[in-house]
Design a protein around this ligand. Structure first.
Ligand code: GLN
Ligand code: ZN
Length: 761
């Protein structure tokens, strides 16, 4: 049998988030660990079976994990940080992942430019590495006894080290010589499992550019690994971008196949000649593993034809572009989607069929399709046509408005604006404010849910929200905070809220995607031209403003963040979608301002997340991302103060870009990282006002007055008091009122003490 269909890796959380539920019940001590393992085993078998039934030839084992694959890899190598050393088995595993009473968890960070977070391995010179192969070997055997011969997925040594951190000084790559022998030993163990086995090494770090150091590591490593066992075929797989530099090296190693992403790394086309010469197999990532649209089969066939001009057909394997973990599981539980829209979509399970269909069409031709496949092909072609013309997607008015934008930015230079604003708003030096949300109570959650399900009337709902706002305003006044917020009780999520009020957004019932461990997110999707049918926030903000003489900030989410936290249509450019969102937000800014709101915050929490993986593409991203933030606030009058908030502390690389966004005030997340990182604002001559978070809202701990005084004084060493705002480091919605109240009171007290000291000096 010639094997032609390949899936990089499959999702593991389960179509009904079974793994999430099992893990969380186990952590809550409601079920035993054996029960978690039982659920895991059911899921693995079910997922293998789905792939088998869809006609996938290369199905993975070891793509499953109870928490995260990087964590699993660290454990496979025995890379356990000192503080966890005496723990064992699941206590060890979950302590590393989540911390326990005595130990802090390992750090977690984003997996490339996805919303999946991996556990960052902590390495040190003192470590000695040793193979723990059980999980990998067992999972292979588990699949085998279920009648499925899997390829084994491993995170490659270079990516593993590239994403780890050293707890002592030094470079993680120094340890390559130490871990490669462990990988070799692992391959020897794997080789005993069967006559012939395929091992997939994930090396996504290869998509980052100009890293000659990393490049020089590739050949010696893969020469060794490919020679470790004669019955193992090694595939090295990259995704999310092109990896042409690495491919040039890999073709000269004795590996069996190279897997590349043709969806997010179109430039991989340039490597075809090299791969052809090497005689290696090409695993062609064509079905988009991280978006939700049906594949355009005709376009994909054309791409395969192009590939086949260089590479012999027998050496081509059709694959997903990356792990299907990054897309929702299946469409089969979506009952509320509009039928036409639903026909345009394809989630994880449906993508399996697409890989199969594309491969059959390409290698065998239309006449070999089964009846079911013929119908799928017909539906696919119909979907492409309907998307091109559907009035659900194309809104002439929006398109025309975008074409005729006259004003891309607001009037007036910062210096002129801030002078007017200070005169109008009369806030003091070290003005106090918060980031927007206040604690989400069970009462407001329940009210939102019941209103959505039509269990309570609009008036009842509004009254509950207004009651919350009343209390929120009264509380902020009691604390003596200067610039108030309404507390965001009506919002479930800062992107979903706006998506639900804009045309062009769709929502799923079950489109969950793993974010980390047991946590999933359900991003909205943008399928059409975006417009704002009516004001989205004005009623709440003006209500809050009517309850106080102090200034209440309007609170919006910015275009770039809305884009980065949604699945985005792929028939027009991202930057064109972003522009449409920006226009909608600019209307909201205008409405708020007309209703007398004097400060408007436009959050760009996810601005940094959208950065491309390749440096050469950054300038382009920055250009349109800045353009659209400015467009979103272009309606603001000079005297209307625009704030923004970003959930980051590291601004070294992007300070000029943030400055170019030209917000009058930015609040950022410094509390956890000290002042070192703030220096960039001084050194770069950043001119706008800044509110570095003075305490960490991610912890339940209540900061003392003294501690905040000290923090403010440290800030004053780096930033002038005229431009310094005092606020917590992020929204308060995940905290409890018992924590928030004393914390904010202490914050205001601290400010008063510092002001007094400044006055005396
Ligand atoms: N205004 C939002 C809030 O306070 C900002 C959230 C965020 O930064 N992620 O909740
Ligand atoms: Zn934040």
């Amino acid at each position: 049998m010639i094997k032609k269909t390949y899936i990089t890796a499959f999702a593991r959380i389960g179509e009904k988030r079974e793994l999430k539920k099992a893990l969380e019940s186990y952590w809550a001590k409601e079920i035993s660990f054996e029960e978690v393992e039982k659920t895991a085993s059911i899921l693995k078998k079910r997922h293998w079976k789905y792939q088998q039934e869809a006609g996938i030839d290369y199905i993975s084992s070891n793509d499953f994990s109870l928490y995260d694959n990087m964590l699993d890899t660290a454990l496979m190598l025995g890379a356990v940080p000192k503080r966890f050393k005496h723990l064992k088995e699941q206590s060890l595993y979950f302590a590393m992942a989540r911390g326990d009473k005595e130990r802090t968890a390992m750090e977690m960070t984003k997996w490339f430019n996805t919303n999946y977070h991996y556990i960052v391995p902590e390495l040190s010179k003192e470590d000695s590495y040793k193979l723990y192969a059980d999980k990998i070997l067992n999972e292979y055997n588990e699949a085998k006894s279920a009648g499925i011969k899997t390829k084994i997925n491993l995170i490659g040594p270079i990516t593993f080290l590239g994403l780890s951190k050293r707890v002592d000084r030094g470079d993680c790559y120094e340890f390559l010589g130490k871990i490669t022998p462990v990988y070799e030993e692992l391959l020897k163990e794997i080789s005993k499992l069967d006559d012939e086995i395929t091992v997939q090494f994930d090396e996504p770090i290869f998509v980052k550019e100009h890293d000659t150091k990393t490049l020089s590591l590739i050949k010696p490593t893969y020469d060794r690994l490919a020679n470790a066992a004669s019955n193992i075929n090694i595939a090295v797989v990259t995704y999310f971008e092109h990896s042409n530099e690495a491919t040039k090296v890999l073709i000269n190693t004795p590996i069996w196949a190279i897997g590349v992403d043709f969806v997010y790394g179109k430039e991989n086309i340039d490597s075809l000649e090299d791969i052809a010469k090497s005689g290696k197999k090409l695993i062609a990532g064509i079905i988009d593993g991280r978006n939700i649209w049906k594949n355009d089969i005709q376009k994909s066939l054309r791409l395969l034809e192009t590939i086949a001009k260089h590479i012999k057909k027998e050496d081509i394997i059709v694959s997903s572009s990356c792990s299907l973990l990054h897309s929702p599981f299946t469409l089969k539980y979506e009952q509320k989607l509009n039928d036409e829209i639903k026909r345009w979509l394809s989630f994880g399970l449906e993508k399996l069929d697409e890989v199969n269909l594309l491969s059959k069409l390409f290698f065998k031709g239309k006449s070999c399709l089964s009846e079911k496949e013929k119908i799928a092909l017909k539906e696919n072609l119909e979907a492409s046509i309907s998307k091109k013309n559907s009035p659900l997607i194309h809104d002439k008015k929006v398109q025309q408005r975008v074409r005729n934008i006259e004003r891309f930015e607001r009037e007036g230079e910062f210096e002129e604006r801030i002078a007017l604003q200070k005169k109008r708003l009369k806030y003091k030096e070290l003005a106090t404010t918060t980031i927007g949300s206040f604690p989400q109570t069970s009462k407001i959650r329940k009210a939102r849910r019941e209103y959505k399900n039509s269990q309570i009337s609009k008036d009842e709902y509004k009254n509950i929200m207004k009651e919350y706002i009343d209390e929120c305003i009264a509380f902020q006044e009691e604390c003596d905070i200067e610039i108030l917020v309404h507390g965001e009780p009506e919002r479930n999520d800062m992107v979903e809220y706006f998506g639900e009020r804009l045309n062009g957004f769709g929502f799923t019932q079950n489109g969950w995607v793993q974010s980390y461990g047991s946590r999933c997110v359900k991003p909205p999707f943008i399928y059409a031209d975006i417009s704002r049918p009516k004001a989205m926030t004005v009623e709440w903000i003006t209500y809050a403003q009517s309850k106080t003489d102090k200034v209440v900030k309007g609170m919006l989410t910015g275009p770039v963040t809305i884009l980065n936290w949604s699945f985005v249509r792929d028939d027009i450019k991202r930057e064109d979608v972003s522009k449409q969102i920006a226009l909608a937000i600019s209307d909201e800014v205008d409405d708020l301002q007309k209703e007398g709101i004097k400060i408007i915050q436009v959050d760009e929490a996810a601005f940094k997340e959208g950065y491309p993986l390749r440096k050469s593409k950054i300038a382009h991203y920055e250009k349109w991302a800045v353009r659209d933030f400015k467009l979103a606030v272009s309606t603001a009058k000079k005297q209307t103060q625009i704030h923004t908030h970003m959930c980051y502390s590291e601004f070294n690389d992007i300070i000029r870009t943030v400055e170019a966004m030209d917000a009058d005030v930015i609040s950022i997340e410094t509390a956890r990282s000290g002042n070192e990182l703030l220096k960039i604002f001084k050194e770069s001559g950043y001119k706008q006002e800044i509110g570095p978070g003075v305490y960490d809202i991610h912890s339940p701990r209540i900061p003392s007055v003294d501690e905040i005084v000290e923090q403010i004084e440290k800030l004053l060493e780096v930033l002038p008091k005229e431009r310094l705002w005092i606020n917590p480091d992020c929204g308060l919605k995940t905290r409890k009122y018992e924590e928030v109240k004393p914390s904010l009171k202490n914050m205001v007290k601290a400010v008063k003490i510092v002001r007094e000291k400044l006055r005396k000096n």
